[in-house]
Design a protein around this ligand. Structure first.
Ligand code: HEM
Ligand code: HEM
Length: 207
């Protein structure tokens, strides 16, 4: 098992970053849309606390991921990748990075500007900005709108990966997986993405 990327396959570290952060981001989105509709009660504040901790963890991880990405080989595109697909994939990747950086920063700024503490699993972090009502409401709107943008970017990104796997039958998705699981996992991923979309839609409409 190779740790670093080659020109044809993602290495183990890039795969761990990708799949752990993909799961966390999809869960944070669902939990985010769900928790805002809860009645104010200890359970709601507990969920907010976990949401903030995992969100800050994403910020730390994305820093490590970017450092790893720039110090690794860039994968060549495949012959089956059409020009418009490459452009669309690049736009989706940019939106996904914008979400992985912008969501935690806007969340942290939203909490700090409203005077609420932000903890990383019990460790209190400094306020990102001073208390400011107008900034708080701007950050709240940014967090929400970026959340919708992310749901769309994830759907577009996953649909692209599934099209390559099930329609073009090339190795695009396989090079982000590993040999023993590349047969069954794509079906599980289709199920997970379907569940994610249904859940996100349900909680957005409920709010
Ligand atoms: C569960 C559904 C998902 C599937 C099937 C999937 C699949 C893939 C595949 C196959 C690639 C490699 C593309 C290539 O070789 O050009 C990739 C790359 C990437 N994915 Fe996903 N992905 C999913 C979810 C996510 C999520 C939720 C995020 C982030 C919020 C994400 C962020 C990225 C990024 C940024 C890249 C570019 C490579 C990198 O910088 O690490 N993916 N994904
Ligand atoms: C990193 C990934 C994150 C994702 C994907 C995410 C996602 C979301 C989503 C989708 C919502 C619901 C938005 C709405 O409907 O109004 C939400 C709400 C919220 N998020 Fe995040 N979030 C993340 C990180 C953070 C961080 C790091 C913090 C704070 C440190 C935070 C604090 C909050 C708060 C306080 C709310 C509730 C806002 C309200 O009550 O109106 N989030 N989040």
């Amino acid at each position: 098992m190779r740790f670093k990327n080659t020109a044809t396959e993602f290495g183990l570290i890039a795969k761990i970053f990708h799949w752990s952060m993909a799961l966390m981001m999809m869960s944070l989105l669902i939990v985010g849309f769900f928790m805002v509709s809860l009645d104010p009660a200890p359970f709601k504040f507990q969920v907010y606390g976990w949401h903030k901790s995992f969100g800050i963890l994403i910020l730390l991880m994305v820093a490590g991921r970017i450092i790893w990405k720039v110090s690794n080989a860039k994968l060549d595109s495949m012959v089956t990748h059409k020009k418009w697909e490459k452009i669309l994939a690049k736009i989706a990747h940019l939106a996904l990075y914008l979400g992985m950086i912008g969501m935690p920063l806007s969340g942290w700024a939203m909490s700090s500007s409203a005077g609420y503490p932000v903890k990383l699993f019990g460790l209190t972090l400094p306020a990102l900005v001073a208390e400011n009502k107008a900034l708080g409401s701007l950050m709240n709107q940014t967090h929400e709108i970026l959340g919708y943008v992310l749901v769309i970017a994830i759907l577009l990104h996953a649909a692209g990966a599934f099209k390559h796997h099930f329609v073009d039958r090339d190795g695009t998705l396989k090079r982000m997986l590993s040999k023993p699981i590349e047969g069954s996992v794509p079906y599980l991923l289709v199920f997970l993405v379907g569940l994610f979309f249904a859940g996100a839609l349900y909680f957005i409409l409920l709010d």
